[in-house]
Design a protein around this ligand. Structure first.
Ligand code: PBG
Length: 326
């Protein structure tokens, strides 16, 4: 008797109820964090060309959008701010008048249960587009830390539930933790963008945020795509500095890193399904080259299967709708 007479894996795939019962990976709207780009002004909703379906929004519009996400079952939003004016030190980043601080306050007021996370970085606020202060032609790590800390405190003060430093400066989590504690925000968690790669897949985001570096690139602070062990060291460093959540970014080209991190660390892992990953599916879907809806769910399922507890995704509202349809 040959082994295939004993083992027939297809027996368990013949019935859709059974397939559902045996599903190893379950995706739900509460897995998603929805990123939003907020700008100053009122009544603004400006489409971001390379990200069909995603817009820059003024605070009043962002409040409605966050409510729409919450009603779809998405518990959390991640806010990125785009200032009217940029300068060398990104000085608008910690202003209570800026869109992120205003949006954090307004969203918490209108929808108190929405969990508001804010991105803490300078690249959207600097005229040179780098994630920190530039001295000579180099981003100055230690000069940048106090600015990131001040920005994080301004977000917490405005009402943000959690802050997420994405500048890839060494020591940024520790600096922010200390500043939050000093200002009475001991209970505000930090989501570290721990293993953040220098990736081409951020292209559409940089168009959306006007944050393309005006000289050089980010390869001396973000990680090279060749690195996996180094990612584990980055994650370990963030955990040691007090990160409450750790992140791998981007998600799709780095699922091995998500998997490895999920096996090594007990800190919950967040994966960022970045702008370029969204744009590829949107573009191919719009061209009729693949089924956008199925591609979206397949990608999100794969990220969850790899070990992510939470997924930051521009597809959050669309995917929540698809999951509700069944
Ligand atoms: C800020 C930041 C970036 C992204 C998130 N935070 C851009 C970058 O590092 O260039 C990219 C997110 C995306 O592509 O969706 N540093």
């Amino acid at each position: 008797m040959t082994s295939d007479q004993f083992s027939r894996l297809r027996r368990l795939r013949r019935n859709s109820t059974l397939r559902e019962m045996l599903s190893e990976t379950r995706l739900s709207a509460s897995d998603f964090i929805y990123p939003m780009f907020v700008v100053n002004g009122t009544g603004v909703r400006t489409p971001i060309e390379p990200m069909p379906g995603i817009d820059q929004m003024s605070v009043d519009v962002a409040v409605e959008e966050a409510q729409k996400a919450f009603d779809a079952g998405i518990k959390s939003v991640l806010l990125f701010g785009i200032p009217d004016e940029k300068d060398a030190t990104g000085s608008r980043s910690s202003s209570p008048e800026e869109a992120v601080q205003q949006a954090a306050a307004a969203i918490k007021k209108a929808s108190p249960e929405t969990y508001v996370i804010t991105d803490v970085c300078l690249c959207e606020y600097t005229d040179h587009g780098h994630c920190g202060i530039v001295t000579g032609n180099v981003v100055d790590n230690d000069a940048t830390l106090p600015l990131l800390a001040e920005t994080a405190v301004s977000h917490a003060r405005a009402g943000a539930d959690m802050v997420a430093p994405s500048a890839m400066m060494d020591g940024q989590v520790a600096a922010i933790r200390a500043a939050l504690n000093d200002n009475g925000f001991t209970n505000t968690p930090i989501m570290g963008y721990s293993a953040k790669y220098a990736s081409v897949f951020y292209g559409p985001f940089r168009i959306a945020a006007g944050s393309t570096p005006q000289f050089g690139d980010r390869r001396d602070y973000q990680m090279a795509p060749t690195q996996s062990r180094e990612a584990m060291r980055e994650i370990e460093a963030d955990i040691d500095e007090g990160a409450d959540l750790i992140m791998v970014k981007p998600a799709l080209a780095y699922l091995d890193v998500v998997k490895e991190a999920s096996m090594r660390f007990d800190t919950p892992i967040v994966a960022y399904n970045v702008s370029g990953e969204y744009s590829m599916i949107a573009a191919a879907g719009n061209a009729g080259w693949l089924d956008r809806e199925r591609a979206t769910l397949e990608v999100l399922t794969s990220i969850k299967r790899a070990g992510a507890s939470l997924i930051i995704t521009y597809s959050a509202i669309e995917a929540a709708g698809l999951l509700a349809k069944g």
